[in-house]
Write a protein that binds this ligand. Structure first.
Ligand SMILES: CC(C)(COP(=O)(O)OP(=O)(O)OC[C@H]1O[C@@H](n2cnc3c(N)ncnc32)[C@H](O)[C@@H]1OP(=O)(O)O)[C@@H](O)C(=O)NCCC(=O)NCCS
Length: 164
């Protein structure tokens, strides 16, 4: 399996993968809207030999203690149903976080399975103080730069692509 950056040639396969994994077109629409808005920051595919997994991180408006934080939303990520539980999602997530760190991103926010993301370091407690349209155990954050989400009141504003 190869993990590499998405190219436009992958887009049909990415759409089909997301429609299958989520059972609908909402996530494909989100991906396309985020790209069209120029917010896509890290987008990877797992190829084996066709597209078996996909992950997108997009720029998100976050500030803590009055200072902007270079933050990303992780959404969506998907693995072909017959290829799930083989480590593909984890490999994509780790590679994406590594790339985000290398590009100077400071934090990642996710709304997702509360049993899945904590194993990669995401924490609901870290996201809890942030003023956001979400809350609860599924709303999690990860600091790529230690302490960047702490030290004052914070907020998260999602772009219109998320239709909030
Ligand atoms: C979530 C998803 C991307 C994980 O990809 P994956 O390749 O199966 O993940 P990995 O093989 O790296 O990790 C497997 C672990 O994921 C966990 N997992 C998979 N789907 C899960 C779910 N719906 N809820 C909670 N945990 C889940 C399993 O607990 C499994 O761990 P285990 O085998 O120790 O029990 C994949 O299951 C998927 O595409 N699901 C449908 C779309 C989706 O829900 N995307 C995430 C939106 S937040």
């Amino acid at each position: 399996m190869v993990i590499r950056e998405r190219t436009p040639v992958d887009d049909r396969a990415i759409r089909s993968l997301n429609d299958t994994a989520f059972g609908g077109a909402d996530e494909s629409r989100l991906i396309e809207d985020l790209r069209a808005a120029g917010l896509g920051a890290v987008e990877l595919v797992a190829v084996d030999p066709s597209v078996a997994g996909h992950i997108l991180f997009s720029a998100l408006d976050v500030a803590v203690g009055g200072k902007p934080v270079r933050a990303l939303a992780l959404a969506p990520m998907a693995v072909q149903p017959h290829r799930q539980r083989q480590g593909i999602g984890g490999a994509l997530l780790r590679a994406g976080l590594q790339r985000a760190r290398e590009h100077g991103w400071q934090a990642v926010i996710v709304l997702g399975h509360q049993d899945y993301y904590p194993r990669f370091g995401f924490s609901a407690a870290l996201a809890h103080p942030l003023e956001a349209p979400f809350s609860g155990a599924s709303f999690m954050a990860l600091e790529l730069e230690p302490g960047v989400l702490q030290g004052g009141a914070g907020h998260v504003v999602y772009p219109p692509a998320f239709s909030l």
